[in-house]
Design a protein around this ligand. Structure first.
Ligand SMILES: *[C@@H]1O[C@H](CO)[C@@H](O)[C@H](O)[C@H]1NC(C)=O
Ligand SMILES: *[C@@H]1O[C@H](CO)[C@@H](O)[C@H](O)[C@H]1NC(C)=O
Ligand SMILES: *[C@@H]1O[C@H](CO)[C@@H](O)[C@H](O)[C@H]1NC(C)=O
Ligand SMILES: *[C@@H]1O[C@H](CO)[C@@H](O)[C@H](O)[C@H]1NC(C)=O
Ligand SMILES: *[C@@H]1O[C@H](CO)[C@@H](O)[C@H](O)[C@H]1NC(C)=O
Length: 217
């Protein structure tokens, strides 16, 4: 039997009528920060003894690992894991230490007791704050950079111009380097804006372009 319920109340009241059963909850979004610890909860509001918990990690890079806990008759709890040693279980929650961008993904938790099983999916999104700067680049043009961010930062300029060139490069550590160059001389002041989910307001900084006689348009 498969019931799709969105409220715990409905799940609880159903328990008296139909058990054992399987409850499938919708996707919960959890946002974590790279380098900090993140807790994923697989709570079960039924006050029954838990016989098994399993977490399946579907990593962003499609790597899969399994963390399972089962109470075996006459033997007590047994844990199986082939996940990173940064991942541990306490009660029904998983704690990820020193969270990495690659820990993000859709993770599924199954928690069982004698009455049935509850399945939850957690969409874990890891953010990494980029380092931003605005300087005159080696080409002599203003260069706005957002390095080490996840997801990639968005860079825009005032004034708008057709001479803006922006590149996004994914680094081996899963972060993005975004570099935007404003290809213009004439002594005008330009402002770079960098938006990122880790910023409450876009970052901005202004710089004056070089006055190069003969190269002005
Ligand atoms: C972990 O174990 C599961 C279940 O046996 C398997 O499907 C998965 O490929 C394993 N992952 C790694 C990284 O060993
Ligand atoms: C585990 O749950 C019990 C009972 O709800 C609580 O008293 C205890 O503090 C929890 N332990 C951890 C490590 O969260
Ligand atoms: C997680 O699932 C959602 C909805 O099914 C999907 O849009 C998203 O791309 C998935 N995320 C990852 C990292 O696999
Ligand atoms: C990832 O790589 C970028 C570019 O090489 C670097 O600036 C950044 O510090 C790195 N981030 C982490 C978390 O290692
Ligand atoms: C630019 O950033 C400063 C803070 O550094 C802020 O006070 C100001 O409102 C921002 N300007 C714009 C146009 O967003």
């Amino acid at each position: 039997m498969l019931l799709v319920l969105s409220s715990t109340l409905a799940a609880t009241s159903c328990l008296h009528l139909c058990s054992p059963l399987m409850l499938v909850y919708g996707v919960t979004v959890v946002v974590g920060r790279r380098g900090t610890s993140t807790v994923l909860q697989c709570e079960d509001h039924r006050e029954n003894r838990i016989t098994a918990i399993s977490w399946k990690f579907h990593h962003m890079n499609s790597y899969l690992c399994l963390f399972s806990y089962a109470v075996i008759y006459n033997e007590g709890p047994k844990i199986f894991t082939n996940c990173s040693t940064r991942i541990s279980l306490s009660n029904t929650s998983l704690t990820i230490q020193d969270t990495q961008i690659s820990d993000g993904g859709n993770h599924t938790c199954e928690i069982s007791n004698p009455m049935g099983t509850v399945i939850r999916t957690i969409n874990l999104q890891i953010l990494a704050q980029p380092f931003v700067s605005l300087d005159v680049g080696s080409s002599g043009f203003p260069e706005c950079k957002a390095i080490g961010g996840f997801p990639a930062a968005e860079i825009s300029w005032i004034p708008h111009s057709d001479t803006i060139h922006t590149t996004k490069i994914k680094k081996s550590n899963d972060t993005w380097t975004v570099i935007s160059t404003f290809h213009q001389w004439n002594g005008v002041t330009v402002t770079c804006f960098v938006s990122h989910p880790t910023f409450s307001n876009p970052w901005n900084s202004s710089i004056q372009t070089e006055k190069e006689v003969g190269k002005c348009i």
